[in-house]
Design a protein around this ligand. Structure first.
Ligand SMILES: Cc1ncc(COP(=O)(O)O)c(C=O)c1O
Length: 407
């Protein structure tokens, strides 16, 4: 199947039935993501959706570059956009929404990209998908692989949260923990694909990962009565989710369905802030090391940093940094006051809104993207709460425990 690509850097158009990762014109000869900033990444040209009528919900899958034929076995998307009443009251933002993308099949927004990559593998008759991950993309691709019958080879830093690795193994993936960082795993997985074939799903390296993630924006547009929100907060590591989010809104504008882009705010952890610093310092920043409790945001050399910065400019957005303390507070608040149990990376988006809201009119419609569930990082939760020792099974003991612990 021929697929049309346009290079987001030099604009070269390519139509090919081969799997394409980098632009042949402007990528380096090695094409490794280790260069940090995405110079030659390709985005798939949108060729659909002009046929849609205005002000009617649209099918997000129709915006994807290839038809999705097997989605029934891997039900991605259609996640709730909730109106968190208590947080609305507390903050005074009465058009505040939380997009619960943590409710995707494997527990994260990454499923949107994995769905498209699984379809890509089927379209190219390939049976192996290889990737590097901080945990969620791997679990997500493993889940898709199980549904689609694909072999998934997953390179992860040994420090990735255990539950995400166990989850990947349960889905049948070949998990290869390495003594190194996510950036090391990224390079190794590309080397593996070169040597052994198959498709590489590395986030930001395979252009389908950006394309797949854009369905979240088209869903939000539908859920808001065919309107784009005024401001969107997105947690950022490699910069792929935010690029996909923006591409989704741009596709809506391009097709004439929306008249404007929302302001998009990138939220990074202070200890992993390559994109936020690049934004503020107007130069490419690559970090020597990262340190944050938001492990999914822990990226020294973002695969899609250049693209993310371009989108911030195009949406008149900005970058915000939040500390680990702010992330933890936000994680507790989302759990206790919205019933949203999310992992620290997602909580960063909420912390980003709290920090940045002085720049946002209280009447604005604000969407905060909650990208990953808290269930697979209970280690992070254990830093915030602890279970009491069991008490004797009588009322007096229960009352005593309640009095001592929860007064
Ligand atoms: C749950 C979650 N949120 C946010 C991110 C950051 O996305 P990106 O690396 O595309 O910026 C990740 C990446 O792993 C993630 O797993």
């Amino acid at each position: 199947m021929d697929i049309a690509y346009t290079c987001t850097s030099c604009g070269r158009a390519i139509v090919t039935d081969e799997v394409v990762y980098r632009c042949p014109d402007c990528t380096s000869t090695t094409g490794e993501a280790a260069h940090g900033f995405q110079r030659g990444n390709l985005s798939v040209e949108l060729k659909t959706a002009r046929r849609f009528a205005l002000h009617k919900p649209v099918d997000p899958l129709a915006f994807l570059p290839i038809p999705v034929k097997h989605a029934g076995g891997y039900p991605v998307g259609s996640t709730p956009l909730i109106a968190p009443h208590r947080l609305r009251e507390k903050t005074g933002y009465h058009n505040l929404f939380l997009k619960l993308d943590s409710l995707n099949p494997s527990g994260s927004l990454k499923d949107r990209a994995s769905l498209l990559v699984a379809e890509q593998a089927k379209a190219h008759a390939v049976d192996t998908v290889t990737l590097a991950s901080t945990g969620n993309a791997g679990a997500s691709m493993a889940c898709a692989g199980a549904a689609y019958g694909l072999r998934v080879v997953l390179f992860v830093p040994g420090s990735a949260p255990r539950a995400k690795l166990l989850q990947s193994l349960m889905y049948g993936a070949a998990v290869v923990p390495i003594q190194g960082t996510y950036d090391d795993a990224f390079g190794l997985s590309i080397e593996y694909t070169r040597a052994f074939g198959g498709i590489n799903r590395n986030t930001g390296f395979n252009p389908f990962t950006v394309e797949g993630k854009k369905t979240v924006s088209i869903e939000m547009y539908n859920q808001l009565g065919c309107r784009v929100p005024d401001v969107v907060y997105v947690p950022v590591g490699d910069g792929v989710i935010i690029s996909g989010v923006c591409k989704g809104f741009a596709d809506l504008v391009k097709t004439g369905l929306a008249v404007r882009m929302p302001v998009v705010v990138a939220v990074q952890a202070v200890g992993s802030n390559a994109i936020a610093r690049s934004w503020k310092e107007h130069r490419e920043v690559v970090l020597n090391r990262t340190s944050t409790i938001a492990d999914s945001l822990s990226v020294a050399s973002p695969a899609c940093g250049g693209m993310a910065l371009e989108w911030l400019k195009r949406t008149k957005g900005r970058a915000v940094e939040v500390s680990d303390g702010e992330i933890s507070t936000a994680q507790s608040e989302l759990g206790r006051e919205a019933g949203a149990f999310v992992e620290p990376s997602s909580a960063a988006a909420w912390a980003g809104f709290l920090k940045d809201r002085s720049n946002v009119d209280p009447s604005a419609s604000v969407a905060v993207l909650l990208t990953g569930t808290g269930f697979k990082d209970t280690g992070a939760a254990e830093k915030l709460v602890s279970l009491p020792e069991p008490c004797a099974a009588d009322l007096a003991s229960a009352e005593r425990l309640l009095e001592q612990r929860y007064r």
